[in-house]
Ligand binder design. Structure first.
Ligand code: FES
Length: 172
């Protein structure tokens, strides 16, 4: 009887470190599982919020202010940097003309010292009059004029999303 009790006690003493190791391993696996699930949940929430925000590339507005009338004296030609537009003020009004070549889209140079040529394309040699009509070269169409108006603060605004087909000047 005593020897049986002793052998059981000895067996328990031998198994105790194994059980402690098992318990420790189980605890580690449990923590690893909880951490992994937690990180997965956080990632899913973050991705869900990112999904709600549209993944689009915003283009700059085609409607932009160019300044007050006083900035454009009679007879002036003013290139609006970064917009591909020139503002021309004449005695009978002001208008905005595209500086983008109708051939392949190069930016035109304004020609100020030649009464015949208003614009020249540096890429393939198209020329346009000051009103934007094609004079020569591969350009297939005249340069468009854009709609222009004055807002309620007295600032001139160009709407390059709308072509001024009638080529009317804004009386200012
Ligand atoms: S892009 Fe102007 S002539 Fe070709």
């Amino acid at each position: 009887m005593d020897s049986g009790t002793n052998s059981t006690a000895a067996a328990l003493a031998v198994n105790a470190p194994d059980e402690a190791a098992d318990e420790s391993r189980r605890g580690f696996v449990k923590k690893l599982t909880v951490t992994t699930l937690g990180l997965g949940f956080v990632a899913a929430v973050v991705e869900s919020f990112r999904f709600l925000k549209p993944n689009v590339l915003y283009e700059p507005s085609r409607i932009f202010k160019v300044g007050e009338v006083s900035q454009f004296p009679f007879g002036s030609r003013t290139v609006i940097e970064g917009k591909g537009v020139e503002i021309i003020r004449e005695k009978d009004g002001i208008h905005a003309i595209s500086l983008v070549c109708t051939h392949l889209g190069c930016l035109l140079n304004s020609i100020g010292n030649d009464p015949e040529i208003g614009y020249a394309c540096p890429c393939h040699g198209s020329n346009f009059t000051l009103k934007g009509e094609v004079l020569g070269g591969p350009a297939p169409r005249d340069l468009p004029w854009y709609e222009m108006y004055m807002d309620n603060t007295g600032t001139l605004v160009v709407d390059a999303s709308k072509v001024n087909h009638k080529r009317t000047k804004l009386a200012v």
